[in-house]
Design a protein around this ligand. Structure first.
Ligand SMILES: [Mg+2]
Length: 237
């Protein structure tokens, strides 16, 4: 119990994941995938198209990284493979439109986000640590109206231990002074805990298959809350 009470002492930097932690993201991708599957239903059943798309994404992840542009290229590649290069140019045109729509989606902040940032600003160094396309994430941050809360924005090509190590070095922060808040156990929490930092997992109602893990994290520096607002009573504010 005592450990639990003290778990948030000594924190200097609080980093927030962006997609599905600060704002809605995955449902927009899923909506696009639904449209893509419908577009391809002359070739394959819905579920199979979805599997083929995921396969293409996983094959290209190390080349394209995370984000909408890579997703667009993967949709195009999937069309060519599934249709054996017989799909019309209109079909390709459609998925370019889907991707552009995705890039122009409005920003929908998640409940409590602004209140939490307002309460923590000035007491901690606040940081955004997110994957995705550089320009897209910058645009979302600007549109969100949240940029002024943050001391630093880090758009990362990946979120593995080595990537967090680099971020901590850049921030001149010791792992035990670092708290990461995010919706993905795999990329927001586990690498940070492994480095000796603190992690707060706030599950979102839907998670991309690539981020799903069957693993329980047991650590005194790990917490799971239902909403972001639950961190406030635990912080020194
Ligand atoms: Mg996320």
């Amino acid at each position: 119990m005592e450990n639990h009470q003290k778990s948030f002492t000594g924190i200097k930097v609080i980093a927030f994941d962006a997609d599905d932690t600060l704002w809605v993201n995955e449902p927009y991708f899923q909506e696009t995938e639904q449209k893509f599957c419908a577009l391809m239903e002359d070739y394959l059943p819905h579920h199979t198209v979805s599997q083929e798309l995921f396969k293409t994404e996983m094959q290209n992840l190390s080349l394209y990284g995370y984000g909408v542009k890579g997703f667009m290229l993967c949709m195009i590649e999937t069309i060519l493979r599934v249709s054996e290069n017989t799909a019309s140019l209109q079909t390709i045109h459609k998925v370019i439109e889907y991707g552009q729509e995705l890039l122009n989606k409005p920003i929908e902040l998640l409940d409590g986000v602004e209140e939490v940032l307002k309460s923590l600003k000035g007491k901690y160094k606040l940081v955004v640590a997110t994957k995705g396309d550089l320009l897209d994430q910058e645009r979302k941050l600007n549109k969100s109206g949240l940029a002024h809360y943050f001391h630093h924005i880090e758009i990362m090509s990946d979120k593995q231990e080595k990537d967090y190590k680099k971020l901590l070095k850049h921030l001149d922060c010791q792992p035990e002074e670092f708290l990461m808040i995010g919706n993905s156990l795999k990329s927001d929490i586990m690498p940070v805990i492994a480095l000796g930092g603190h992690g707060v997992h706030i599950p979102y109602h839907t998670t991309w298959a690539h981020e799903k893990i069957d693993h329980q994290v047991e650590d005194l520096r790990f917490h799971q809350f239902e909403t972001i607002m639950e961190i406030l009573p635990k912080m020194m504010i």
